[in-house]
Design a binder for this molecule. Structure first.
Ligand SMILES: O=C(O)c1ccccc1NCC(=O)[C@H](O)[C@H](O)COP(=O)(O)O
Length: 259
């Protein structure tokens, strides 16, 4: 079993367990459930920088990245740096994240928050809304077209935007539908961990203009952004490059100020 299959296997079991502990009615009674969300896609369309900075403690490909900061320090640093939005990894087992991280981030900043999660069930979308997210991620590699349609339509009904992640042409072709806002090309093959900006470059022309294009993973230099912009990318998701430093917020300031 590759790592992505393992993550999804565990996630499906986790969701069954969580559903039996926290009822939907409890999620719907959260103070954040009725909150008006902030659009990341609109911000990206008009931004000259397009950085989506990620809170990421560890990952399957890199093991420990950073456990030294509080969530508040990181996300406030990212907001001060001028990030368009923040991605908060909420998976515990493989990334050391949690829904509490998302809640703390929501209480700390006023820019769009992505719940970065392996979503397989509507219940996780309700969790995202209840914990202050503005948008969710759907990963084409682990969902059928029908699942992408029903999950994205469910998210839209709750006022959440949808970032659909693809890694190859087949995933892109099966996924295009009006209920998506942004299409992200992951430069990391989640099965082998190979990273190359070529994945973003190769798929760019096949992403319809209706969707904001986002390039994700393995971005660590200004040159990479300059290489990707001519392909129409408006958003750039960066995690490790900021989190591996001893001050993620300052690293984001240094990076964004050069764009
Ligand atoms: O980052 C991983 O090792 C990983 C492994 C398996 C599934 C997902 C994984 N990462 C999620 C992401 O998409 C990245 O955290 C995100 O795009 C930022 O990437 P980076 O800037 O390279 O940290």
């Amino acid at each position: 079993m590759n790592i992505l299959d393992k993550i999804i296997f565990d996630k499906q079991r986790e969701v069954v367990l969580k559903k039996s502990i926290i009822p939907v009615t409890q999620l719907e009674s959260s103070v954040f459930f009725g909150r008006e969300t902030i659009s990341l896609s609109q911000k990206l369309r008009t931004s000259s920088t397009g950085i989506i900075a990620e809170h990421k403690r560890r990952s399957p490909s890199k093991s420990v990245i950073n456990h030294n900061f509080t969530v508040e320090e990181v996300v406030k640093g990212y907001e001060n740096a001028g990030a368009c939005g923040i991605s908060v990894l909420t998976d515990g087992k493989y990334f050391g994240g949690s829904l509490d991280d998302l809640l703390l981030a929501r209480a700390s900043v006023n820019i769009p928050l992505l719940r970065k999660e392996f979503i397989v069930d509507e219940y996780q979308i309700l969790e995202a809304k209840a914990h202050g997210a503005d948008l969710i991620l759907l990963i084409a590699a682990v969902l059928t077209r029908e699942e992408i349609k029903s999950l994205s339509e469910f998210a839209k009904k709750l006022g959440l935007e949808v970032l659909l992640e693809v890694h190859n042409q087949e995933e892109l072709e099966k996924s295009i539908m009006p209920s998506l806002d942004m299409i992200g090309v992951n430069n990391r093959n989640l099965k082998t961990f190979e990273v190359s900006l070529d994945f973003s470059k190769q798929l760019a022309s096949q992403i319809p203009d209706d969707f904001v294009k986002v390039s994700e993973s393995g971005i660590s230099s200004i040159e990479a952004i300059q290489e990707l912009k001519p392909y129409g990318y408006k958003g750039f998701l960066i995690g490790e490059n900021f989190m591996k430093t001893d001050n993620a917020g300052q690293a984001a300031i240094d990076f964004i100020s050069q764009l």
